[in-house]
Design a protein around this ligand. Structure first.
Ligand code: 26V
Length: 821
């Protein structure tokens, strides 16, 4: 299956030619950014043939496609990944060296494509990588935001958001496809016309505004298999004068309005993760990319097929959370109004096409749109949802006669709101959670009524991650060490890592493994020195928590424990304490006050501790600015301890946990999300598990919470730490600064329940687990073995496995092969 041979001379010639053509410069005159562009265009050239060959092969085989519909694709950088998957990374590295260029510096010029918030968006990116690598026909469908996830600056310890103008230097890997542009309509009203001949009503949207959706294609390169799939993200343009309907021509006001609509729609990614705000623009974004994508999927099908009633044989839509759920109604609209199907025919197609993935049980993330807003913006789509609801409610009543509670809890439209999750479940043929525990909670708690009514729809697909980015690219030293020991098949068959188990007791292998970890720690220490100006000792334990900042993820528990350790060290300077570096990285949603205050707290604690010479560098605290995909790759490679400490039941899966494990960092965590399955794979003796179980948490919640004040009163170490939040210890200039955090833990007035996330309840057990970490780390051989076992047992967590399960159990796609010409 080998790809065509890399021609170094030719490649160098092309890089030089690109610099000339793009910038009229010689190599020596070009900036690093310009060199990055020139190299990227040369790499893109290597991709194009395969891209064409793949499309040609698909055209010939007429396969079924999955359309992965997602508001977010957190792709990170493309250049390095593309070189890896083309298997030309080392060749290019050599070629660039020959002309005096450093591949790392070149790669570092590329802005992250940060079209996503966190887990959900990064999962979509890993899935695209696995789909292409496994040879499945797929389109990613999304939005080409002008501004992605904000860049984070830390000023005076506070987060400051800076716009992410990621397209400012141009994007070498994208391809504009105006020939596939689509019109998307908003607002207006619906006119009904009765047609005597057919005896049917016809519905026409009139008086609307519209935008032109123009797709940009990104190549998704499969690993070493010639397959290149497509991520298609839509840009919005104003409908130009000559495309306006005749009666709109000369309507200046409308022209301006449509221009504004187009500009606003794709302007920026909502930087909110897990919190629904009901913003009109967000619904516009959703309908915008869904309407364009569904129109395109139908158009593509119709090119080669004439019976639209069999659409589902060639296409399936996977809805990444409820954000793209309007696809259900949009597909119905096209089938009814444009293709002329009857309701029953259209419903059969739609309900065999759409499948839904749930990514959170956090109530505040549930999308519920006010009817007023929804029907005003999408009048025809709303009518269709009303009819879907009417029929669904009738079904509920037929199954549970007289049980109005069931209707209240399950209706799609209720209490003046359109509930998108209910629509997705009622219409889809599959509903899946993202880890075993999460799916069980969905079935037996959050979506209990739906599960009881249609159990056959529910299934689990435990998340995964791509080892191509998070090991082969992010940790080249470990990758080649692994390949030296067990061959390179792990790159596309991760469970092969279990072959490493024979080495875990071998002192030489242990030493090599830990030496690689050490080198990665040196690399990260250098990054921290350059970006934070903090010196950290690579011999200390790197204890890392990187993820979005959220109360349920409990960065607060982590930093309170650091404060506790600091107190201990100060009280007992003679105490034997293994040096520790606590590393944080996290963005807070711009409007999430308590999360932002937690960042300030972390930085304030860091300031005090890092500047206290008396503790002799036993403790360091680092907050890495602007945590994102590109620096994540380095951070995972360098971690000794993986902090996965969410309140049990709250983290649907987590995927960072898998990236740490793959890179040999044991989990310090609760029995939540995929941690449960990590422990199942590696054994609980190779992880540090603590805290309440999901059942215990849910039990407390159903019985009105618990009493953190009892813990406060009885545990003086905890009390002391909490008092330090309000006595100015970490805020001498404003002792009240962290009052809100203190209150959130103890004061029922500040929220409906004190300590909603059970921080005090889990504190002791967390501190004990941390003690076990320290003891384990002192045993060098024991730790090496544990770290290696984590890598060796991480095979399950490849997104290749996840995608194969989606294919086998939900999508039913056939594998394609593409030969290079
Ligand atoms: C929700 C919302 C609500 C409206 C405003 C914008 C917005 C943006 C994103 C979300 C989705 C939140 C759900 C989410 O990200 N879930 C995460 O999904 C990961 C992949 O399945 C999983 O590993 C994490 O545990 C889960 O928190």
């Amino acid at each position: 299956m080998a790809t065509k041979k890399f021609n170094k001379k030719e490649f160098i010639r092309e890089v030089k030619a690109n610099v000339k053509a793009l910038y009229r410069k010689n190599l020596e005159e070009a900036t690093q950014q310009q060199l990055f562009q020139a190299v990227s265009y040369a790499v893109k050239d290597e991709i194009i043939e395969n891209w064409l060959a793949t499309q040609e092969q698909y055209e010939k085989d007429d396969p079924k496609y999955v359309y992965y519909m997602s508001m977010e694709f957190l792709m990170g950088r493309a250049l390095g990944n593309n070189m890896i998957n083309l298997t030309i990374y080392d060749d290019v590295k050599e070629a660039l060296e020959e002309i005096g260029l450093d591949i790392n510096v070149i790669e570092d010029q590329e802005p992250d494509a940060a079209l996503g918030n966190g887990g959900l968006g990064r999962l979509a990116a890993c899935f695209l990588d696995s789909l292409a690598t496994l040879g499945y026909p797929a389109y990613g469908c999304g939005i080409r935001y002008r501004y992605g996830m904000f860049k984070q600056k830390i000023e005076d310890g506070y987060q400051v958001e800076v716009p992410d103008n990621w397209l400012k230097d141009g994007n070498p890997f994208e391809l504009r496809r105006p020939e596939y542009a689509k019109e998307v309509k908003f607002g207006g009203y619906v006119r009904v016309e009765y047609d005597e001949k057919t005896g049917r009503n016809y519905y026409k949207q009139e008086g609307y505004q519209s935008v032109r959706a123009v797709p940009y294609d990104f190549p998704i390169v499969g690993y070493n298999n010639n397959i290149v799939n497509t991520l298609r993200i839509w840009d919005a343009e104003a409908i130009s004068e000559f495309q306006l309907d005749s009666f709109d021509k000369g309507d200046y006001r409308k022209a301006v309005e449509q221009e504004n609509l187009a500009r606003n729609i794709v302007e920026v990614l909502y930087p909110n993760d897990n919190h629904y705000a009901g913003k009109e623009l967000r619904l516009k974004q959703q309908y915008f990319f869904i309407s364009a994508s569904v129109q395109e999927a139908v158009a593509k099908y119709k090119k080669n097929h004439d019976d639209i009633r069999k659409f589902y044989e060639k296409a399936t839509f996977q809805l990444n959370d409820t954000h793209p759920t309007v696809a259900v109604a949009e597909l119905m609209r096209i089938l009814l109004d444009e293709e002329g199907l009857t309701w029953d025919e259209a419903w059969e197609v739609t309900s065999k096409t759409c499948a839904y993935t749930n990514h959170t049980i956090m109530a505040e993330a549930l999308e519920k749109w006010p009817i007023e807003l929804f029907s005003r913006l999408l009048p025809r789509v709303y009518q269709i949802i009303e009819e879907i609801n009417r029929r669904f409610v009738a079904q509920i009543e037929a199954k549970y006669p007289g049980d109005f509670e069931k209707v209240r809890k399950m209706a799609i439209i209720f209490d003046g709101q359109v509930k998108m999750a209910h629509l997705a479940i009622a219409a889809g043929y599959s509903v899946n959670g993202v880890a075993q525990l999460h799916t069980e909670i969905l079935k037996h708690q959050e979506l209990k009524d739906f599960y009881e009514m249609m159990p056959e729809k529910f299934n689990n697909k435990t998340n995964g991650i791509t080892q191509r980015r998070f090991l082969l690219h992010g940790n080249p030293l470990l990758a080649s060490w692994i390949t030296d020991h067990i061959g390179d098949e792990w790159i596309t068959d991760l469970p092969q890592l279990s072959k490493l188990k024979v080495y875990v007791d071998d002192p030489k292998a242990q030493q090599e493994f830990m030496n690689i970890k050490y080198q990665n720690k040196v690399r990260l220490a250098k990054y921290i020195q350059e970006h934070n100006g903090i010196e950290v000792d690579p011999r200390s334990i790197f204890d890392v928590q990187v993820k979005r900042l959220h109360e349920y993820k409990r960065q607060l528990l982590n930093i309170l424990h650091v404060m506790y350790l600091y107190n201990q060290i100060k009280d007992h300077p003679e105490m034997d304490f293994y040096p520790r570096t606590f590393i944080f990285g996290a963005k807070a949603a711009a409007g999430y006050r308590r999360a932002k205050l937690t960042i300030k707290l972390i930085n304030s604690v860091a300031d005090v501790i890092n500047n206290d010479a008396s503790i002799k560098n036993k403790l360091k605290v680092v907050f890495i600015e602007d945590y994102r995909v590109s620096n994540a790759e380095w951070i995972f490679a360098a971690a000794d301890v993986s902090e996965q400490i969410s309140t049990a039941s709250k983290e649907a899966s987590g995927t960072g946990n898998m990236k740490f494990m793959l890179n040999g960092a044991p989990t310090l965590g609760t029995m939540d999300g995929a941690n449960v399955e990590i422990v199942e794979e590696v054994g609980k003796e190779n992880a540090f598990i603590f805290g309440l179980s999901a059942d215990e948490v849910i039990n407390y919640e159903q019985n009105g919470g618990y009493h953190p004040e009892n813990i406060f009163n009885s545990d003086q170490d905890i009390r002391r730490v909490l008092m330090q939040l309000i006595n100015g210890e970490y805020a001498p200039d404003d002792p009240e600064r962290f009052r809100e955090i203190y209150d959130s833990l103890l004061n029922t007035k500040s929220s409906d329940r004190a300590d909603t996330y059970f921080i005090l309840a889990d504190f002791r057990s967390y501190a004990d687990a941390q003690k076990r970490v320290e003891e384990a780390y002192r045993d060098e051989a024991g730790w090496a073995k544990m770290a290696m076992l984590n890598t060796a047992c991480s095979g399950k967590f490849t997104s290749d496995r996840t995608i194969q399960q989606y294919v086998d159990e939900i999508w039913h796609l056939k594998k394609e092969t593409v030969k290079v010409k």
